[in-house]
Design a protein around this ligand. Structure first.
Ligand SMILES: C[S@@+](CC[C@H](N)C(=O)[O-])C[C@H]1O[C@@H](n2cnc3c(N)ncnc32)[C@H](O)[C@@H]1O
Length: 463
């Protein structure tokens, strides 16, 4: 595909995810969830006290388990309560990770996907939704209907989850006909880092994508090292170029622990592909602190949540959404990201600390947004900026009042021309970069037209 068209497709997908109906549950999926509830519980389930009690008890047990060291005990009620009550909050996460992957590579037309701890299938549904969005964007840009064939295998320790998953996903009809979905025989198993046990469970099958959404955080009986070993073992079940998509909510897992888990998985031999600059890759080797970051998205209440809110008194979607930060990562078993063009010193990134400053204390630098914080002393927002040098905490980005603080996303790559560089007190390596009226800031990740083609990785670039 022509690079200019690919860039346009990326823009469509990006805009739909950022501004469209997808950060929330899109209407047709919401309708599907409601139809599924009707099918499972009967048309008048909202009025049936026993169903309301089952869902309310399920929600309560999931919410209570968050503060406990015991994982939630899933049964029919809690699985359904998860699907309708908490699951919709997870909906946007896998599509965001897929979008990050798409920025760097192209997807095959046939993908085999393993959904670990699949539950009733919210992460599978959101994956299908992403490919619908991509198919639609591709058709809009190229006029060509590009078929994509997705085969999902659900793995869960619970039979009940797998029964519901099969029914729920098989019953979903994609809006865009070019997206074909198959559901393979599910795998009923309890995940374990033991290589033999995993080999028994997964056999010789290999996958292009492994979804690990809101399951590793629940495996509290295993230590972080054990869970990292599990991730590394799972890497052996990836097709070449395949990825493990990892997402965990701060409301159900401890973010620092989940960041540690990612770092340990890298220590066990996996490569952390993202986050770390959405447009470029990080060099392999030491892990930059920005890769251990947490993202937050505001989500609109899905329709189904209104019903749940009406029938289950102690359910508050708003309260859940207020804590909707998440830890995420894309892990790979191979080293395809390491590309000489992208190495430090290749000219793409100047190490901020080494950046030549003009006499007037101004400079031109690149950096990736790592996270937003609020200053303890001045109470003003500032961004940590990663310059891809790994292990560095060198620059904090601030905006002068006359400029205002723009909306930035973690991983956005910024080019800051003529930015004011102010050394921070007490840290040789630390500087404040202050964007003022004289600075020209370009967000290279937002506007793909600004990226020369070598920055948007295609198969040809990766080689
Ligand atoms: C919170 S749900 C996640 C559902 C879906 N992936 C999502 O992101 O919304 C967690 C699921 O993981 C399953 N699970 C928890 N620990 C597991 C383990 N050790 N092995 C297999 N499945 C597990 C539970 O039975 C449950 O269905």
């Amino acid at each position: 595909m022509e690079e200019s068209k690919r860039v346009k497709i990326l823009q469509f997908v990006q805009n739909a995810l950022l501004f469209g109906d997808s950060v929330v549950v899109p209407t047709h999926i919401d309708r599907h969830l409601m139809a599924f509830a009707d099918e499972e519980f009967g048309q008048n389930w909202i009025e049936a006290q026993e169903v309301v009690d089952v869902l309310a008890t399920g929600l309560r047990s999931i919410l209570q388990s968050r503060g406990s060291t015991e994982p939630p005990a899933y049964d029919l009620g809690s699985l359904m309560a998860h699907l309708f009550g908490i699951g919709p909050l997870h909906f946007h996460k896998v599509p965001f990770l897929l979008r990050n992957l798409l920025r760097k590579s192209v997807f095959k037309n046939q993908l085999r996907i393993l959904d670990l701890g699949a539950g009733v299938g919210i992460s599978t549904l959101s994956t299908i939704y992403f490919f619908e969005l991509l198919a639609n964007s591709t058709r809009l840009v190229t006029g060509v209907q590009e078929e994509v064939h997705l085969t999902f295998t659900a793995l869960d320790s619970l039979d009940e989850a797998l029964r519901l998953y099969q029914k729920h996903i098989q019953g979903y009809r994609p809006v865009f006909p070019e997206v074909q979905v198959d559901v393979a025989s599910p795998i009923q198993a309890t995940l374990s880092p033991d290589p033999d046990s995993l080999a028994n469970t997964l056999g010789r099958d290999r996958y292009d994508l492994i979804l690990a959404s809101h399951v590793l955080g629940e495996m509290r009986k295993l230590g972080i090292t054990q869970r990292a070993k599990l991730l590394a073992e799972l890497g052996k079940y990836l097709e070449p170029g395949g990825s493990i998509l990892f997402a965990e909510s701060a409301s159900s897992a401890i973010p620092s622990e989940m960041n540690q888990l990612k770092a340990r998985a890298v220590g066990e031999g996996l490569t952390l592909f993202a986050p770390c600059s959405n447009a470029w890759e990080k060099p392999t080797g030491r892990q930059c602190y920005s890769c251990g970051n947490v993202s937050f998205e505001k989500v609109r209440r899905p329709n189904i949540a209104d019903i749940i809110g009406t029938v289950c008194e102690d359910y508050s979607f708003d309260q859940l959404a207020a804590n909707n930060s998440w830890v995420f990562g894309i892990l790979r078993a191979d080293d395809v990201i390491h590309h000489s063009q992208l190495e430090i010193g290749s000219g793409l990134f100047t190490k901020l600390a080494a950046s030549p400053q003009a006499e007037n204390g101004r400079a031109t630098v690149y950096g990736a947004v790592a996270k937003l914080e609020v200053g303890r002393v001045d109470n003003e927002p500032y961004f940590k900026l990663c310059d891809q040098t790994c292990g560095s905490d060198v620059a904090w980005l601030k905006f002068a009042p006359e400029v205002g603080v723009p909306a930035l996303e973690n991983g956005d790559v910024l080019e800051l021309e003529n930015v004011s560089v102010v050394p921070a007190k007490g840290g040789k390596n630390k500087v404040f970069l202050v964007v003022d009226g004289e600075t020209r800031m370009r967000n290279l990740s937002r506007d793909f037209r600004l990226l020369p083609s070598k920055h948007v990785l295609t198969q040809e670039v990766v080689g």
